[in-house]
Design a protein around this ligand. Structure first.
Ligand SMILES: [Zn+2]
Length: 485
């Protein structure tokens, strides 16, 4: 059995989750479920990044300790995972004791290697990003992500000799074409490394809400050094059996604003500590609202929990995967979401299921007839697409099968045919096959469909035809998708 380790970025709980957080979890969840469907042994990690100056400030404003503050806000991120039916194996918090211990051990290892020195940092700092910026990367004097004025900050700091690893990492990128996907992001990072890599400030004295630096208690870790180590602490680095089994990560799924951190910074840390590099960093795009980036500051917000309450998590998943090509930006519109629910989910899929089960009830007393599957679906192409992380095209190919089956029902008109055993069997057996393929995308719906079909959802190897047992008792159940105005 192949192992597969996949992660999302960890979310910064300084407020409520937005649609971008939901989207990243949804995509990652689909890949994890796809791998499980293939029979892989999967570990899926998500969580929250809870330290840093911004959280400390927010907590002070709220009259709370930072820990009290994050204990409250993290609940919303955990609720989001539950609402979206995310199949993560662990939800890591960087305030978890085992994580803090690993973050310290990792920095100590890098220090012992001779890769840490003391200096003074001066730079243009965005407190929202917790990141220093170069002048050329700013919009005027504003942070390109937050559109907020950066501050000139100077403080005693420990530095990590990241520049020492630039050639080694560049060679690794050149040798491994797929290390960063999509290719445009890979090229951006290669170009940035070629411009020259500066050493990285890894500690702060200007605030204290962070993991202490083990060799100097006056300092706390720079939030990224702490945060990135979650990918190994989450599987019990260095001696846990999960670390031995699952590392290196197969895919880190991240947003396009943190590619540098997950490539140059993270990989230099690993190279210094003598830990294997992950296999791939996959960069997804942002979701815009009418062409504008979602932004709490500008009041451009879409609440994913509200959407899930209104339309169901599967509807939101279907809509996002269909409309936002994995790796590109996309636009959110509630009208388009409603159109997907009404036309594709309720009409194409929902009606197919309800009329098929109604016919089975009417003509066969709710039992699968004996027959032969007359359609031969080509699954191979879908498998290739999903293996290659083409989620949008993969879903579109599966939907073609839904429509092919609808066409078969309409063409064959079983209600007008005397001997319809093969027709009904073909419909039901292919509903079973489509359910297997759709199960990573629409897990709740597929569970309902299979409950009505009287079976358990199969694995990918069961997408062969004629595996539905004649005589299986079907149940005509509730409507799968309600239509919306
Ligand atoms: Zn910023």
């Amino acid at each position: 059995m192949a192992k597969f380790y996949i992660t999302t970025a960890i979310d910064y709980p300084s407020g409520s989750p937005h649609l971008g957080h939901a989207y990243e979890k949804i995509c990652t969840d689909i890949i994890a479920r796809w791998k499980r469907l293939k029979g892989d042994d999967v570990f899926f990690l998500t969580g929250t990044d809870e330290h840093g100056q911004k959280i400390q400030k927010k907590a002070e404003e709220a009259g709370k300790t930072p820990k009290q503050y994050v204990d409250q806000t993290v609940k919303k991120f955990q609720e989001l995972c539950k609402k979206l039916n995310i199949s993560n194996d662990r939800f890591i918090r960087t305030t978890d004791k085992d994580h803090e211990k690993v973050a310290q051990e990792l920095l100590q290892t890098v220090y012992d290697k001779g890769d840490i020195y003391k200096g003074e940092y001066e730079g243009l700092y965005c407190t929202d990003c917790e990141t220093y910026y170069l002048e050329k990367d700013l919009n005027g004097n504003k942070c390109p992500i937050h559109d907020k004025k950066v501050e000139n900050v100077k403080e005693e700091s420990y530095f990590f000799k990241m520049s020492k690893y630039q050639d080694k990492f560049l060679k690794h990128l050149e040798k491994n074409q797929d290390f960063i996907r999509p290719e445009s992001k890979r090229n951006e990072i290669i170009n940035r490394i070629k411009e020259g890599v500066r050493d990285l400030s890894v500690s702060r004295t200007s605030f204290n809400w962070g993991v202490p630096v083990p060799f100097d208690k006056k300092h706390v870790q720079y939030v990224w050094f702490d945060a990135l180590s979650n990918y190994i602490s989450g599987i019990d680095y260095p001696n846990g059996k999960n670390f031995k089994k699952y590392w290196p990560a197969d895919i880190h799924v991240i947003g396009k604003d943190i590619v540098w951190h997950h490539t140059m910074i993270w990989c230099s840390m690993l190279l210094s500590a003598g830990i294997d590099l992950p296999k791939m960093v996959f960069v997804h795009g942002f979701i815009n609202l009418k062409g504008e980036k979602l932004s709490k500051a500008k009041g451009i917000i879409v609440d994913p929990i509200e959407l899930t309450n209104k339309y169901g998590s599967d509807a939101l998943k279907y809509y996002l995967i269909k409309n936002v090509p994995f790796g590109d930006d996309g636009d959110f519109s509630e009208e388009a979401l409603i159109s997907s629910v009404n036309n594709e989910l309720a009409n194409d899929l929902g009606n197919l299921v309800s009329r098929s089960l109604a016919m089975t009830e009417k003509y066969y007393g709710g039992k699968v007839p004996k027959g032969k599957n007359e359609l031969n679906f080509d699954i191979k192409r879908i498998e290739t697409l999903l293996d290659n992380l083409e989620l949008t095209q993969g879903l579109s190919e599966i939907w073609k099968l839904v429509n092919e089956l609808n066409k078969y029902v309409n063409d064959k008109k079983p209600w007008e045919v005397e001997n319809k055993d093969n027709i009904i069997y073909t419909i039901l057996d292919n509903m079973r096959i489509i359910s297997i393929l759709l199960s990573p995308f629409l897990p709740e719906t597929i569970e309902k469909i299979n409950c009505q079909l009287g079976i358990k959802t199969g694995k990918l190897k069961e997408t062969k035809p004629n595996l539905l047992k004649p005589g299986t008792k079907t149940i005509k159940g509730e409507i799968l998708f309600k239509k919306h105005e």
